[in-house]
Ligand binder design. Structure first.
Ligand code: FUB
Ligand code: ZN
Length: 615
């Protein structure tokens, strides 16, 4: 197994046209917005433990997790963009959260003041361990990004308490989290503290899950449908397909990958590979969205990937898949995992947040028309009662830099995973490696990498799975080998050319929702057709795959530097208002335009489709 490391966030300064813009919006719009909503809804005030029956803003079982994710986002933001006012809020919130800790270390608002008698009484539904996990992640973020210990010490006390409650040992409770999350958090906590107990608890939660006698059946009286929803039908190593609630499943997978790496556990890594393959080869949207059924927000069966009303593809689930694939990449070095990180990042994740930075999708549709009737809205919203997605963006976007590079200290190797423009100062075995990447990726595949450090090490850009033709030059000389190990001189230049022609994408025939349909990609970007760009209804269009797709410019300000695609289509108009007719539709030839899917619904409310009928 490999042990690739990711850069510290402050070591990367983005200068590219997509991620940098989104990150700046996160700092100046998303973070203030989620702070305001956390205050407005009473989520943070709840930590004062003053709420009593009959008062407004009754705490909810997973409010703590929202606060924790905002804290995590604030910590990364402060590391990248210091701001004394934000730091003051951060410190106040840390104090308030810590003040809610009970003498035994327990820390959960709802089960301290609303239903204290139900502490750990219903693990399947009550989210206590999920909240604990997010609080731990926030604490580790504060420590790693800012060097602040107070929240970390507090969460270590809580984790110590959890270690005393759960586990295999005599006198401890058997039980598993109903919403996984604490597993990956314990891995993070173990990595910063090296306390064996945290690793032991992580091992227990992963290795015991789904074993017989089944804890949920024996102790909580749950049935098999409920078990499937929380991935507890069988032990994790026997689960070959992704099932149940999508975010739960993908967070579990992250925890499994973490434990596989920590324990160098090949059987667990194999289980992760199987899950990953099932997801990406059978259950993932072309955008990287996962969880195709809005009812219970879950995975269903292989190839069931409807595009409209019934689908779901929660923003949190796409972020979870990126986190899982990133972990798999760092433990294997196999680029297919980074292809998935990139697919999620530029498509199914960024679609979930508006360019304004303070409006969000919960579900990420691949098709929108006037018949939309799902409980999830057509347009992005500022907040939700179930606010997991906005708060996930607040902590995900500041972390973009993590994905761009991996460092292999054993091989003295720096891997350029995603060549978005940036200035990097990477740590490699005590040395600082300075790199400057210039270019317009993902809008353009010409990338210039200037090495700013002299000395011997290896550099290896990733060849993306979507790229059929590429070349690499070092100081003007074409290279055969993509891993360049040499004595570098500061000022050496690598030129990477990843050709990215627009391409037609076809889906496996078993995906019946896409029968006879085609999508468009260019490089890592999935494209979508919005009605606002067409002179006819989107649904009337049949794209001519024999005609070329060309890049054009658009008059819309938000598309100023964006490669918009134009092609030829037939448009069908029904001859009259009847429901059925012996008359065939009237056909005309039109041009159509497509924009990157992640940018849809930023120019007002309009219909949209990714998978289009093809001629
Ligand atoms: O249950 C907590 C979070 O709320 C889940 O992760 C999301 O899917 C949403 O249901
Ligand atoms: Zn969510």
């Amino acid at each position: 197994m490999k042990t690739l490391c990711s850069p510290a966030l402050k070591d990367i300064r983005l200068t590219d046209p997509v991620l940098r813009f989104r990150q700046e919006r996160c700092f100046d719009s998303t973070i203030p917005a989620v702070i305001a909503q956390t205050l407005k809804s009473g989520r943070i005030q709840a930590f004062a433990l003053k709420w009593k029956e009959g008062m407004p803003d009754k705490p909810h079982i997973f409010w703590d997790s929202d606060v924790a994710k905002v804290m995590e986002g604030m910590a990364y933001t402060l590391a990248l963009s210091p701001d004394p006012d934000l730091e003051k809020i951060y410190e106040e919130w840390v104090d308030l959260i810590c003040s809610a800790q009970q003498p035994d270390g327990y820390l959960n608002v709802y089960f301290t003041i609303v239903e204290p008698e139900k502490r750990f009484a219903n693990l399947m539904y009550d989210h206590e361990l999920y909240c604990a996990g997010h609080l731990i992640e926030a604490a580790v973020a504060g420590y790693e990004a800012l060097g602040k210990r107070k929240l970390l010490d507090c969460l270590c006390r809580y984790a110590d308490y959890l270690c005393s409650v759960f586990g295999y040992e005599e006198g401890k409770r058997r039980g598993w989290p109903g919403h996984e999350e604490i597993e990956l958090a314990l891995a993070k906590l173990y990595r910063v503290t090296r306390k064996e107990n945290y690793l032991k608890l992580l091992q227990y939660f992963i290795n015991d899950r789904g074993t017989s006698p089944n804890f949920y059946v024996e102790s909580e009286g749950k049935n098999s449908a409920a078990l499937m929803q929380v991935q507890a039908v069988r032990p994790v190593r026997e689960q070959k397909k992704a099932e149940g609630h999508a975010v739960r499943q993908i967070y579990l997978a992250c925890g499994m990958a973490d434990l596989a790496a920590l324990d160098q556990d090949e059987s667990l890594l194999t289980a992760c590979r199987e899950l990953y393959d099932n997801i990406t080869l059978r259950q993932m949207y072309v955008t990287g969205g996962i969880g195709s059924c809005f009812a219970q927000e879950r995975f269903t069966v292989d190839y069931d990937l409807t595009n409209g009303n019934l689908m779901y593809a929660e923003s949190c689930a796409a972020m979870g898949l990126a986190f899982f694939a990133w972990r798999m990449y760092n433990v294997t070095g196999e680029t297919k995992y980074m292809d998935t990180v990139e697919r999620c990042l530029y498509n199914g994740i960024l679609s979930g947040i508006g360019l304004c930075g303070d409006k969000f999708f919960y579900a990420n549709y691949l098709e929108m028309d006037e018949n939309h009737s799902s409980r999830f809205s057509r347009t992005r919203e500022p907040w939700f009662d179930c606010a997991c997605c906005p708060t996930s963006f607040a902590r995900f976007i500041p972390q973009f830099g993590r994905f761009l590079y991996s460092v292999d200290p054993t091989e003295e190797l720096v891997m350029i995973n995603i060549p978005a423009a940036n200035h990097a100062e990477l740590e490699l075995n005590g040395r600082k490696i300075v790199l400057d990447i210039a270019g317009k990726y993902p809008y353009d595949g010409m990338i210039k990498i200037t090495v700013g450090t002299s000395g011997r090490f290896a550099l290896q850009p990733r060849i993306p799975g979507w790229c059929g033709k590429y070349s690499l030059c070092l100081n003007g000389k074409l290279q055969e080998n993509w891993c360049i190990r040499r004595d570098w001189n500061a000022g050496d230049v690598l030129e990477l050319d990843l050709e990215m022609p627009p391409e037609w994408i076809y889906s496996h025939p078993k995906v019946t929702s896409n029968s006879g349909r085609v999508a468009i990609m260019r490089g890592p970007l999935v494209y979508a057709l919005e009605e606002i760009d067409q002179n006819v209804p989107v649904r009337s269009l049949i794209l001519k795959t024999s005609s070329p797709l060309k890049i054009v410019s658009s008059a819309f300000e938000i598309l100023k530097d964006v490669p918009v695609l134009e092609g030829v289509a037939e448009s069908e108009t029904f001859p009259d208002e009847s429901l059925y007719s012996t008359q065939p539709p009237i056909v005309s030839t039109v041009t159509f335009r497509a924009i990157p899917y992640a940018l849809w619904q930023n120019r007002g409310d309009t219909n949209m489709a990714v998978w289009m009928r093809r001629s």
